[in-house]
Design a protein around this ligand. Structure first.
Ligand code: GLN
Length: 248
């Protein structure tokens, strides 16, 4: 029997707009296929051993929460996180968690918060928040029967810019994404997937959920080939309705 170990980092502090729903989506879609899932919550003061997990999740948090965890994440868990990323561990990071993996965050009121420097990206806050439902297109999800379009909800003041080693997660169809300027959303570096999409991202986008589950199972089990298909009629109707409303 296949088994996945998922870690939610700082679940009590990084969990904006129900970001935990991403873990629930990974767990349910795995369990529906007979895959066993264990979820561990690791927060401030807890020992973090990345080796134990197949997928590590960081949700969103406001500037305040990001400051609260700064000491623990930089000084206690930083090396472990950076090493895990360099060793191809799978991460999903949303909004505040995404920003945290980068170099720094300059808040809209001029505070500079040093971050993990695990991914070469940086974030500059602006007074105008970027809020709303949005839609972006991921080339790596496109198939003959799937358009690669992902829907979500964003709410951030930070504008994120990617360095040369990091590529965007997708191209904006409608909305702001990373910075409202360059037309890109999110980031990919090795097996780290980052997005500004809350709401939550994965329950609304089963293709992306299955992509991450497949990645994790392939990494863990040499004999794993592909996931059994599920009946996603309802999810597809929801996603298409959202696209219709957002894009028109
Ligand atoms: N504090 C960050 C910002 O406003 C992240 C917010 C969030 O996670 N929604 O840019």
């Amino acid at each position: 029997m296949y088994e996945l170990n998922i870690c939610h980092l700082y679940p009590d502090l990084l969990n904006l707009y129900g970001d935990r729903g991403n873990i629930i989506a990974i767990a349910r879609r795995s369990q529906w296929r007979g895959i066993k899932v264990n979820i561990s919550d690791i927060s401030i003061g807890d020992k973090f051993d990345a080796e134990k997990y197949d997928i590590i999740f960081l949700g969103g948090g406001q500037d305040f929460e990001q400051e609260v965890i700064q000491d623990d994440v930089l000084n206690k868990k930083g090396n472990e996180i950076r090493n895990a990323i360099e060793n191809d561990k799978i991460f999903l990071a949303i909004c505040g968690g995404y920003q945290l993996l980068g170099n720094y965050y300059k808040t809209w009121d001029g505070k500079e918060i040093e971050f993990l420097r695990a991914l070469d990206l940086w974030t500059i806050g602006s007074k105008k928040r970027m809020i709303g439902n949005f839609c972006f297109e991921c080339d790596f999800l496109k198939t003959d029967s799937f358009d690669g379009r992902v829907v979500g909800f964003e709410n951030h003041s930070g504008r994120t810019y990617l360095g040369p080693s990091v590529r965007p997660l997708g191209k904006i169809v409608k909305g702001y994404g990373n910075n409202g300027e360059d037309g890109f959303e999110g980031a990919i570096y090795k097996n780290v997937y980052c997005s500004y999409s809350h709401g939550s991202l994965l329950p609304k986008n089963p293709h992306l959920t299955d992509y991450l589950i497949t990645l994790a199972l392939k990494q863990k089990y040499k004999d794993f080939d592909s996931l059994e298909k599920l009946n996603d009629e309802f999810e597809e109707l929801a996603r298409k309705t959202m696209i219709q409303r957002i894009v028109g």
